[in-house]
Design a protein. Sequence first.
Length: 465
Amino acid sequence: MNSSPSARSSASSSVDSALFDQSALSDLAQRLVEAARRAGADQADAVAVRGVSHGVEVRDGRMQESERSEGDDVGLRVIVGRRQAVVSTNDISGDAVTKLAERAVAMARVAPDDKYVGLADPDLLARDFPELDLLDPNTPSTAELEQRARAAEAAALAVPGITKSGGASASSGIGGMVLVTSTGFQGSFLRSSHSISMTAIAGEGTGMERDYEYTTAPHAADLMSPEAVGRVAGERTAARVGPRKVETCKVPVVFDPRVAGSLVGHLVGAANGASIARKTSFLKDRLGQKLFKDGIRIVDDPLRKRGLRSQAFDAEGVAVKPLSIVDDGVLTSWLLDCATARELGLTTTGHAHRGVSSSPSPGPYNLHLEAGPLSPAELIGDIKQGFYVTDLIGSGVNGVTGDYSRGAAGFWIENGQRTYAVSEVTIAGHLIDMYKTLTPASDLTFRYGVNAPTLRIEGLTIAGR
């Protein structure tokens, strides 16, 4: 069911309770797999995805938008010999299950051969499902969401120098998946989500600056308060007023935790088994090599309690576990699903992800780069001239070559202190060289899907005026 933007009212508790029940989806997935086998599939799996969202937006103290949507979608993957096909729908009624299965098998029979396709080895399937505390049973009403957004906006507008609101929003939702395979696996999970965000504007005319803050978590109790979100958004924005340009130079660059995770993301994207199999990654020949300083660890942990991306099994039913992608500075593993693992002659790492209309592909869960011993102040204390990055613009990173070039804004560092705001510059280097000199601070917190502390990189080129 998909609904258009709703009036300012909340769903009843009985409807919300029904959203937590996945038994009908599990039954549907099981019937799809059975229908596929009857239609001639050698193997099959079915995934059902539940998505529910409820959000509001406030600007200048007035409600701008209130929206609620609900939807259940299902996908069926069938394998005939070494050929596979995927079909999806959000409308199963009457004899639609049989027809969908027959159509999928017919598509598979004319698909090209792929010697790497196949379901997961039964020995790898998850049998234990640890409690990860992902579901918040309390669903906020529209009035409660509006109150959160209004509080965030009011706090931002109270910061000296803030002239306008760019809008505040608050949302909640439920997402989940059911997976059934012809090899006997059946599993499901539900995850709630809550978020608050605020964008503030400072200055006037061509001198206007904007910045933001947001918080998101499976449980509302783990969010920053709306007042803190607004205050941080306002303070960040006010600090950006009157930015200067700097001369082109090569200096140490420090990445604020808000953007530091992007450096982890670039590495993990290049360590994706699909990129390795296609030979389109700058890391393709570097497994087992030392890329970082001693002590650096990058971990993907799908079992973190209340993690934004936590789950007990992957999209092929494989049991998951924490994985050190980088350990003591050494690149130790790729992220693999079953197909890419077979292609590379390895075993899946349990990193398969998929939607209802796609076959599995590798991807991360909860990533983090472990903290170091130095405080952020100590990390920048010996920098005579440098750049502290708070905002990155564009996507100028080449995953094939490792070349790095991105627009950036932030603050100039002089004699170990952040000073004036800087904007309209580009930072450039090569990821391999950047990782060699990376030093983490001690301020790691788990707020995003990819988390890192403040990071320092030596000798990046700043392209200014």
